[in-house]
Write a protein that binds this ligand. Structure first.
Ligand SMILES: NC(=O)c1ccc[n+]([C@@H]2O[C@H](COP(=O)([O-])OP(=O)(O)OC[C@H]3O[C@@H](n4cnc5c(N)ncnc54)[C@H](O)[C@@H]3O)[C@@H](O)[C@H]2O)c1
Length: 342
């Protein structure tokens, strides 16, 4: 049984990680400012309000709970916003993580797992992105992730074992329906498509339909949030088993399969039983035509296999968006048609 500090545990992916830990018999301790996360999403383990940049508060919480591992998901997540407000992203995601890494070193943490992103690869130079692809961030968000990976590699020399998990596009929700994606504003394709189909949100805008892809829309690699959560537990085991020398390793976490934006809309429409209203807009600067992960390393080293495919991701998102809390912070409640936002 492992006690794990889950920084950012009140957010979308973090809440699924807390659930997975609890189900495995471990003890999650959610550490979150709640600036972007939700108190209703902290259902497994205790909540400690705090900032990863606050060394005093971290010492207090780490001394009280004495975790063996840290999973660090806390941060801002909008690439576009990071271009407009680079300082905010570099401070919250990069500089504050330096404080968390120092705290982990002070408290003898045995395994540190970090939420990185495929954004660190920048513009793809190979069809399936492998961990050996050059690190060439093209946004402050991606630069903040690359900074933390470098800091963790340096901290390995001081005894901190760590893994950077480079997520592709997290999607879906816990099939139980109690937690799911609830960002404000929501910018991710699947919840936007589902909301448009259900009449809870506006038509989806396709950001470019003239890419060199079979249907002209961008291709992305969607991975179910529960599969992602499971990979964190495997990474902790792997780090604790790897023993001996200190190390930092990066792993891609995707499905290894690409779907175009149009394919996601079609699949959402098929499963929802209604067409997804959409409009065509211009390309968004910095978007790559295709980002699909090579996940052989995570399969091989972590023994990890993603299980919930695109259809399952859409089904789970549909169930969640019907139930998710929209105006109250008290917990999930059914969305009635008269509360639709369009
Ligand atoms: N969602 C994706 O598809 C995706 C893809 C690649 C990487 N990631 C990374 O995964 C992580 C989690 O993403 P998410 O979608 O769950 O985001 P989220 O916004 O739902 O969750 C992030 C959580 O971190 C908290 N937080 C932010 N700054 C903090 C700070 N300084 N101290 C303490 N808590 C703080 C927020 O309150 C929030 O609860 C992020 O680091 C993100 O960059 C996500």
């Amino acid at each position: 049984m492992t006690t794990v500090l889950v920084a950012g545990g009140a957010g979308y992916i973090g809440s699924h990680v807390c659930k997975a830990l609890a189900e495995a018999g471990d003890t999650p301790v959610c550490y979150d400012t709640l600036e972007k996360g939700h108190e209703w999403a902290v259902k497994w383990g205790s909540l400690e309000r705090g900032d990863v940049g606050d060394a005093v508060r971290l010492d207090e919480v780490l001394s009280r709970h004495r975790p063996q591992a840290v999973i660090h998901l806390a941060g801002y997540i909008e690439v576009g916003e990071s271009v407009r407000q680079p300082e905010r992203y570099l401070r919250n995601n990069a500089a504050k993580t330096d404080t968390l890494i120092e705290a982990a070193l002070r408290h003898g943490i045995e395994a540190f797992v970090f939420s990185s992103s495929c954004a660190v690869y920048g513009l793809p130079q190979m069809e399936f992105l492998a961990e050996t692809h050059p690190i060439a961030p093209i946004s402050p968000y991606a630069e903040s992730k690359a900074h933390v990976e470098r800091a963790l590699a340096a901290a390995a020399g001081r005894g901190l074992r760590s893994a950077s998990l480079r997520y592709f596009n997290a999607a879906g929700a816990d099939p139980g329906g109690a937690i799911g994606e609830a960002h404000d504003p929501e910018t991710h394709l699947m919840p936007l498509a589902v909301d448009a189909a259900l009449g809870f949100g506006p038509a989806v805008t396709l950001l470019g339909t003239d890419y060199p892809t079979p249907d002209g829309s961008c291709i992305r690699d969607f991975v179910h949030v529960n599969d992602l959560a499971n990979a964190h537990l495997r990474a902790i085991d792997w780090l604790r088993r790897s023993g001996g020398s200190s190390r930092h390793e990066a792993f891609n976490l995707g499905s290894g399969t690409g779907y175009s934006v149009r394919q996601v809309l079609a699949e959402t429409g098929r499963i929802a039983g209604r067409l997804v209203p959409h409009a065509v807009g211009p390309r968004r600067p910095g978007d790559s035509p295709k980002l699909v992960g090579d996940i052989a390393k995570a399969r091989r080293e972590l023994g990890w296999t993603p299980k919930r495919d695109l259809a399952a991701q859409v089904e789970d998102t549909l169930r969640w968006r019907r139930m998710m809390p929209r105006q109250s912070s008290s917990g999930p409640e059914e969305s009635e048609p008269q509360r639709q936002r369009t």
